[in-house]
Design a protein around this ligand. Structure first.
Ligand SMILES: NC(=O)C1=CN([C@@H]2O[C@H](COP(=O)(O)OP(=O)(O)OC[C@H]3O[C@@H](n4cnc5c(N)ncnc54)[C@H](OP(=O)(O)O)[C@@H]3O)[C@@H](O)[C@H]2O)C=CC1
Ligand SMILES: O=C(O)C1=N[C@H](C(=O)O)C[C@H](O)C1
Length: 272
């Protein structure tokens, strides 16, 4: 540890994303791990748990104690959270209250919760990044979809994930639909009087009629397809995450960028 390194707490340390993030932090010369929050392997060294050798950081389930220690240790601590929709709102509030800057990968926050957290971060003048997707490839997919939307009136989103995912639709699909919605154009005009014979067959609807379909099967990490249609043609823009290492460059970028922020940012695209 040196004075210029960023101290990072990882919440959800023993989960699929948390493990990758700890490996990435251990290899980043400008950051070091100060806390590992999890529910399993309590008291065990997180480095040993994830198979990279001792890091001298025991897993604990007490987020508040770790946040307090991190804020005493340095003026610029960061918390990376990859946990669960049921606890993420409170985790972010706790981090900000302790002056620890949250970098949030956890999905499932409502638009209202994000708006409330933005006010909270503003009042505390504390940076916070909520990134439903840390992959640069996903941001490029979203930007390509925005470009295509200018020429297509019909669009549907299909997101496919592993079947251990807690939330549906994915945070990425919601963000993509939101970006398309913000263009102010209306999509998918009804051409027939449609009837769903099985509820949900036509997916969920976001904003002005943007459809989102969620698929959950083992064997997948994450995939999203944005399908546009017009007379006589379709255009499919697809991103495929085959390994969670694809998120790590984005995570490290957010850890570095959050230090200079004084408010909440929603979406990695705002930092690229
Ligand atoms: N922004 C992005 O680019 C990405 C975001 N994600 C998001 O990150 C989050 C985590 O994903 P993933 O790593 O796959 O999930 P995992 O289930 O593998 O890991 C979640 C971690 O959070 C812990 N946890 C879950 N529920 C609770 C709870 N109620 N209280 C305390 N701890 C809890 C788990 O503990 P335990 O092991 O004991 O259950 C585990 O350590 C999800 O919201 C997912 O959508 C995922 C990939 C990329
Ligand atoms: O749970 C996951 O795995 C993922 N969650 C994020 C989401 O909900 O968009 C990001 C990525 O799709 C992987």
């Amino acid at each position: 540890m040196t004075n210029t390194q960023i101290p990072v707490v990882v919440s959800g340390a023993t989960g699929k994303m948390g493990r990758e993030i700890i490996k990435a932090i251990a290899q980043a010369p400008d950051m070091y791990l100060v806390g590992a929050i999890g529910r399993k392997h309590i008291g065990e060294d997180i480095g040993e748990v994830i198979g990279i050798g001792e890091l001298e950081i025991p897993v604990t389930d007490n987020l508040e104690v770790v946040l307090a220690q991190a804020s005493q240790e340095s003026q610029l601590p960061v918390m990376v959270d990859v946990t669960h929709p049921s606890i993420i709102y409170d985790n972010i509030r706790s981090a900000i209250a302790y002056g620890v800057r949250p970098v949030v990968g956890t999905t499932g926050l409502s638009e209202q919760q994000i708006a409330d957290l933005a006010i909270f971060a503003d009042k505390a003048s504390t940076g916070c990044i909520i990134a439903p997707n840390f992959s640069v490839g996903v941001i490029l997919m979203q930007q390509a979809a925005i470009a295509a939307a200018k020429y297509f009136q019909h669009v549907e989103i299909i997101e496919l994930h592993h079947n251990q995912k807690a939330d549906a639709p994915s945070g990425t699909a919601i963000k993509t639909a939101q970006m398309l919605s913000e263009l102010g154009q209306s999509f998918n005009p009804a051409l027939v009087d449609e009837k769903e014979h099985l509820t949900g067959a036509r997916g969920a609807t976001y904003g002005e009629n943007i459809r989102i379909h969620s698929v959950r099967v083992p064997g997948l990490v994450a995939r999203q397809e944005v399908i546009f249609g017009a007379m006589g043609e379709t255009l499919k823009i697809e991103h495929n995450a085959s390994d969670r290492t694809c998120y790590m460059a984005g995570v490290l970028l957010c850890v570095r960028k959050v230090l200079a922020l004084k408010s909440l940012i929603y979406g990695l695209e705002k930092l690229l």
